[in-house]
Ligand binder design. Structure first.
Ligand code: FSO
Ligand code: SF4
Length: 542
């Protein structure tokens, strides 16, 4: 196997025997094969669009299938044969439609004519031949840009899947995903073409995040500042992790009146800020921290756990029978819930002890998404003009297991008292419960939401730039980002597409960015690796 799509890749180079994440070589081969099959489906989809043929089933399948190949999403080899076969079926069905409309009938050797082997062993064998490094003739910098685009597309697909679940979509998003995947077969594309595709991925990701923002805010209302308890209530309990608000809503509906309290874990924390979700009286509080701490935190939770998206890790024996997956997530032997039927989760909650007493705990504030922050924009602008707020820091992105990630907690602790920290995604768990106080009533730590809410941060930055009549790069704003997986790649491409300069990125640079491509990005955008909090703060604050 060879996989280097996430930040924890082995030795910072690539996982070759087994994934550091727990992905084994069989799952890696099946995921590589699914991507290969999707490239073939995409070729036909591109030809279809040329003739005005757009297949909704193909679109929905494409994004869900891509989502399952993301880091820490689906480790269940048994789920992939069906996806691969379905992909080829959809491709052949679409080919017929395209042919009937006068389009291409022959596709030549490659992913568009690929035929799946019969059993899972045959598929695994096929998968080993179509991995990320299988085309040895590729120029390393073209390969790097192809992979940046592919991983960005996986991120776009994850966000598109969430948005679609809430009824928001745009064919331009699907069209780009198909264009980008089909382009991997085009030997004629050079460095500049791939830079163009990577930037387009960033552009499309802004669109998809806008759709997701619209989905979240029209379905659940705009987030409002909300205090979330970190303790617990005596009673039965269910823990929900991941990013999918619709799963959470369905679970809240189905548990209403059953004497069960629902708690969030990891990236689900910002859900407490939505009026349409916080209205449920039994939606109580938040338990634990970021994804990489789950194997330490889940054993002590006295109820079942529902994983809605990334990031799942190998469940410990102690909770293997009380963890459930849904949507794109999978772990072999773990019960998977289809079609929002959370009956088995509820049943488990009723069987398990729950909390035997109220547990006192700290609390944190969430809900500072664009509407809440821009609602107090005049106060913020006034404070900046009066010199009370010197600078904003967006300290955002993913958390992970590496020790180097202490940088982010230390950075936030050292940010001077006249500066405000905006945060989003699970990296915030390094500092989310720190009491940073306020500046004239404006909290110094503002939680904008999940990584899914990066659009909100972009909107806030743009509104401030408008108010100060400057470009985003001239705002008193610095971005100190942490990345882990493919959604972060998509967001990073969006920021570059918007022309954002001087981003500090850590804890390490992606292994899939070649030295020449990194050099290009550094020159064009002045993107740079983090160093130490002291050194970076000194450089930023001059
Ligand atoms: Fe974290 Fe995991 Fe949201 Fe990522 S939970 S690491 S970028 O999947 O998604 O921030
Ligand atoms: Fe390795 Fe990350 Fe790929 Fe898992 S997702 S196999 S840890 S590079």
């Amino acid at each position: 196997m060879f996989c280097y799509q996430c930040e924890q890749t082995a030795n910072g180079k690539g996982c070759t025997k087994a994934g550091v994440c727990g992905k084994d070589a069989n799952v890696a081969a099946l995921q590589d094969l699914l991507i290969y099959a999707l490239r073939g489906l995409s070729e036909v989809a591109v030809e279809g669009r040329r003739l005005g043929i757009v297949d909704d089933g193909v679109n929905a399948f494409t994004i869900r299938a891509l989502f399952t190949t993301g880091t820490n999403v689906n480790f269940d080899a048994g789920r992939f044969p069906e996806l691969i076969n379905r992909c080829v079926e959809l491709r052949e069905r679409l080919k017929e439609k395209v042919k009937a409309a006068g389009g291409k009938a022959e596709y030549g050797d490659g992913p568009a004519t690929y035929q799946p082997a019969k059993g899972i062993d045959g598929l695994i064998e096929q998968g080993t031949k179509v991995g990320l490094l299988s085309d040895t003739s590729l120029n390393p910098d073209v390969r790097s840009l192809q992979h940046i685009t592919l991983f960005g597309i996986k991120g776009v697909a994850a966000y598109a899947d969430h948005a679609r679940t809430l009824g928001h979509e745009d064919d331009n998003v699907y069209a780009f995903i198909h264009e980008g995947l089909a382009a991997m077969q085009d030997k004629g594309l050079g460095l500049n073409d791939w830079i163009g595709l990577a930037m387009k991925c960033g552009e499309i990701n802004i669109r998809v995040m806008e759709l997701l923002d619209a989905g979240n805010t029209t379905t659940y209302g705009h987030s409002v500042p909300t205090k979330v308890p970190l303790g617990a209530k005596k009673g039965k309990a269910i823990l929900v992790s991941g990013h999918d608000l619709k799963d959470l809503e369905e679970l809240l509906k189905q548990t209403e009146g059953k004497g069960i309290y629902v708690y969030t874990h990891g990236e689900m924390l910002p859900a407490h800020g939505y009026p349409g979700l916080k209205k449920y009286k039994h939606f109580y509080g938040h338990y634990g921290t970021a994804w990489q701490n789950q194997t330490k935190e889940f054993p002590a939770f006295p109820g079942p756990i529902l994983m809605t998206t990334n990031c799942i890790q190998r469940p410990r024996e102690s909770y293997r029978n009380s963890i459930f997956t849904t949507g794109p997530v999978g772990w072999p032997g773990v019960t998977h819930i289809e079609g929002y039927d959370f009956g088995p989760v509820i049943q488990k909650a009723l069987e398990m002890p729950g909390f035997d007493r109220d547990v006192e705990g700290k609390s944190v504030m969430v809900g500072f998404a664009r509407n809440a922050v821009l609602g107090v924009a005049p106060t913020i602008i006034e404070a900046v003009k009066a010199g009370k707020v010197r600078r904003f820091f967006l300290v955002a992105g993913c958390d992970g297991a590496k020790p180097g990630r202490n940088y982010y907690s230390e950075f936030v602790e050292k940010v001077p008292k006249d500066c405000i920290v905006l945060t989003l995604a699970c990296g915030k768990f390094r500092f989310f419960d720190k009491e940073l106080g306020d500046i004239g009533g404006i909290p110094r730590l503002l939680d904008v939401g999940q990584c899914n809410d990066a659009y909100s941060a972009v909107k806030i930055a743009m509104a401030l730039a408008d108010a100060f009549k400057v470009g985003v790069n001239d705002l008193p704003l610095s971005m100190v980002l942490s990345w882990y997986e493919q959604k972060a790649v998509a967001i990073l491409l969006s920021l570059l597409y918007l022309g954002v300069r001087d981003i500090r990125l850590g804890p390490s640079m992606p292994a899939f960015i070649s030295p020449a491509v990194l050099d290009y990005l550094a020159k064009k955008f002045n993107i740079m690796p983090i160093t130490t909090p002291d050194q970076d703060l000194k450089a930023i604050l001059g």
